[in-house]
Design a binder for this molecule. Structure first.
Ligand code: ADP
Ligand code: MG
Length: 701
């Protein structure tokens, strides 16, 4: 079958609704999706029945309210369509409008950050009509998934989706004010579009199962570098290995069936690392799609006896994985506000939008930083191959030049053009060169008609970053509109405002090498925040500035922000403790016993060779034995220190303190234990070493 014949087959999309619903019901649903306000109970019953009939045709036996709790992953509880058996023992399939629209569940086992005391356990899920229902084919059955929002008894958001939708509303309202200033009367809504490039690693399942660190934490906590890493640059865009290729083909098919437009696949920089990118779509749908993509990657990998690692840094010494969050904003009539046109210097609306985004990013760099903070990303950010923890903007030569002219003169008289590429090959047709080059090292880069936020971790939910992006830009638009709507001469005032925004905030623009040490110094001189760790970034969420911003646009209440910061501290501490305990387990149960066996083997050799041939040179065995025993000593001492520091953490009650303790005490103790063990790996016989090595994991698939 060709792709277009089965693309979206598992989605209850508009075409399905239109075909299966009476016209007036379909119209009600479409109206409610666009304008809110919900649908009547009678209407909901009809939609539910049609949705169930469709799902059953696709083989579904159950439905679930599918949501994004604050665990960062998705949640689902399956309920069969069957009704209670009647007197004759017969059942019928049923999904009522009420079941479709609202679910009530015990929320006490989901993170709430103190928003909900355990005895007020009720949580509600509510149908999010803006994201289509779909069926998921799994070994436990085919399940109808109804995307929902999740909130507490008092209406506080307990998920990542509710604030995202609120931020999209805020952005739309404020951006509409901007386009109105430029005469657009047709647009009714402004919609952010997102395409999330997803990086991941693939390893062999059998080898994976031999490593407790991968099983419990998703990353290797020990491991010496393999003789070959990524230095030859032969992996990036290289030929895809057959076994991985079969996985990718299978993955694409599953994603396409669920209406996810997976389009790009390639090998990434590190050995064993790959990327998948979908075609961009409406922000909240892109969030759902990215969650589903991650989940499907893991499931499909299993079918091929592979494991997909979504951790930000599964292996030390080679590139980690991120998610490039491509973001743009368009009118519902299809005009992209980030399209610079041929001559951006004359495109006043574009320049205003651009200057507002620059202002937003500069004013709220701390919020963007915390939106991409997760324990795994601490390992990746600033590791010479990922953006540093400092937020800066790359605009490209053309726009940077325009910005410079405006900063200096108030206007930009001209702009650099694209030009032609001189390849020196006479048989090649003329090739156009883009007006701007790329910069891989920038965390926030303008790439043609979108911004690319590259800080997000590969395992993270992209909802948070987009919530922040939408809200901070809404604020900058609002401030601009407040001034310009009052003005008698909009064009002159706009130019003034653009220059003002750019003058005040151009410190955040940087086109140099973001990986370099000089940049860290220069950024400090410019006064840009450098929140190098997750724990140092969390306080940004609850500053007065943040509470005011999110409160003004109705995205988060103060209580919601406080709860999220609690959850971040708690999650960080828990992740670190699991990692530390896994290290203790591996060191005492796997590595140290193996090293003891190896040293015994050496000692045996020393004794046996000496008695068999007293004049033989046994200094090699002796040196090895000495070196091994010295490292063993260091490992055992470090083990004791880590053990003690984990034990001491039991007394820490405050979550913030606990997270800081994990960062300041436990993490260094973990690094100290890793060092001697990694050195031992390079000495000890391969047949005695208890776990697969970096070479085995990254190169043998
Ligand atoms: P690159 O990042 O290498 O330039 P692409 O241009 O193919 O690669 O874009 C990468 C991602 O950006 C894809 O997911 C793509 O759908 C998405 N994208 C492209 N245009 C836009 C846009 N206007 N808004 C949001 N995302 C976009
Ligand atoms: Mg990209």
């Amino acid at each position: 079958m060709i792709v277009s014949e089965y693309f979206g087959l598992n989605v209850f999309n508009k075409a399905q609704m239109q075909a299966r619903l009476p016209k007036e019901i379909y119209d009600q649903v479409i109206y409610a999706e666009k304008n809110g306000g919900g649908i009547s109970n009678e209407c909901a019953d009809i939609v539910a029945k049609a949705m169930m009939d469709w799902a059953m045709e696709r083989g579904a036996t159950h439905y679930t309210h599918w949501f994004l709790p604050l665990t960062g992953i998705t949640a689902e509880k399956h309920d069969a369509f069957i009704s209670a058996p009647d007197l004759m023992g017969k059942t019928i399939e049923k999904l009522t409008g009420k079941q479709l629209i609202r679910g009530e569940s015990d929320a006490s086992s989901f993170p709430s950050g103190g928003l909900r005391a355990t005895h007020y356990a009720r949580g509600y899920t509510a149908w999010d009509m803006t994201s289509p229902a779909f069926v998921k084919e799994m070994s436990c059955g085919t399940i109808l998934c109804i995307p929902t929002l999740f909130f507490s008894y008092h209406g506080e958001a307990l998920d990542n989706k509710t604030p995202l939708l609120r931020s999209m509303d805020a952005l739309s309202q404020q951006a509409l004010r901007i386009v109105r200033l430029f005469g657009d009367r047709d647009a009714k809504k402004i919609i952010p579009s997102v395409g999330a490039e997803q990086e991941y690693f693939i390893v062999d399942r059998e080898k994976y199962l031999k490593r407790r660190d991968l099983i419990y934490t998703g990353r290797t906590l020990f491991g010496a570098p393999a003789p070959k890493g990524q230095e030859l640059e032969d992996q990036y865009f290289g030929v895809i290995r057959e076994r991985v290729g079969r996985f990718m083909a299978d993955l694409n098919t599953e994603l396409w069936r669920m209406g996810i437009a997976a389009t790009t696949q390639h090998n990434e920089v590190a050995p064993g690392q790959h990327e998948l990118a979908p075609i961009h779509c409406t922000c909240n749908v892109a969030v759902d799609h990215n969650q589903l993509t991650m989940e499907t990657m893991k499931r499909v990998a299993g079918k091929h006896d592979l494991v997909c690692l979504l951790h930000e840094k599964p292996f030390e010494g080679v590139n980690g994985s991120g998610k490039h969050n491509n973001w743009s904003i368009s009118t519902d009539t299809g005009k992209n506000l980030l399209n610079p046109g041929e001559t951006p210097n004359n495109n006043l609306q574009f320049l205003l939008v651009l200057s507002c985004i620059i202002k937003a990013v500069d004013c709220h760099a701390d919020l963007l930083r915390v939106s991409s903070a997760c324990a795994g990303n601490d390992q990746r950010l600033g590791a010479d191959e990922a953006p540093p923890a400092i937020i800066s903007i790359f605009l490209g030569k053309q726009l940077e030049d325009v910005v410079q002219q405006i900063v200096l003169n108030g206007t930009a008289a001209d702009c650099l053009t694209d030009g032609q590429l001189d390849t020196g090959v006479s048989t090649l047709p003329v090739i156009k060169r883009d007006a701007a080059d790329r910069n891989r090292t920038s965390p926030f880069a303008f790439t043609g008609n979108k911004f690319e936020f590259r800080m997000v971790g590969s395992s993270d939910c992209i909802a948070n970053s987009n919530t922040v992006l939408n809200t901070i830009v809404a604020e900058a638009f609002c401030e601009a509109a407040d001034v310009l709507e009052k003005s008698c001469n909009v064009a002159t005032e706009t130019k003034k405002l653009i220059a003002e925004n750019l003058r005040d905030h151009s410190r955040v623009i940087f086109s140099g090498n973001g990986y370099s040490a000089q940049w860290i110094e220069e950024a400090a001189q410019r006064g840009l925040p450098n929140l190098s760790s997750m724990v140092s970034s969390i306080p940004s969420l609850t500053t007065e500035k943040s509470v005011r911003l999110f409160g003004q646009f109705g995205v988060y209440t103060k209580a919601e922000l406080e709860s999220r910061s609690e959850i971040l501290y708690e999650t960080y501490a828990k992740v670190k403790c699991i990692e530390a305990k896994t290290m203790l387990h591996m060191a005492s149960k796997h590595y140290i016993p193996s090293v003891v066996r190896y040293s015994t083997r050496l000692a045996d050799s020393v004794c046996k060779v000496r008695s068999a041939c007293p004049e033989a040179d046994i200094t090699v065995q002796q040196e090895l034995l000495k070196k091994t025993c010295a490292l063993l000593r260091r490992a055992n001492d470090a083990l004791a220190v880590l053990e003690k520091s984990v034990e001491n953490s039991n007394g820490v009650e405050c979550l913030r303190e606990m997270a800081n303790y994990c960062h300041d005490v436990i993490a260094p103790a973990m690094r100290a234990l890793r060092q001697p063990i990694d050195q031992l790996e390079l000495i000890v016989d391969k047949d005695i070493w208890p776990v697969p090595t970096y070479g085995d994991l990254m190169f043998e698939v």
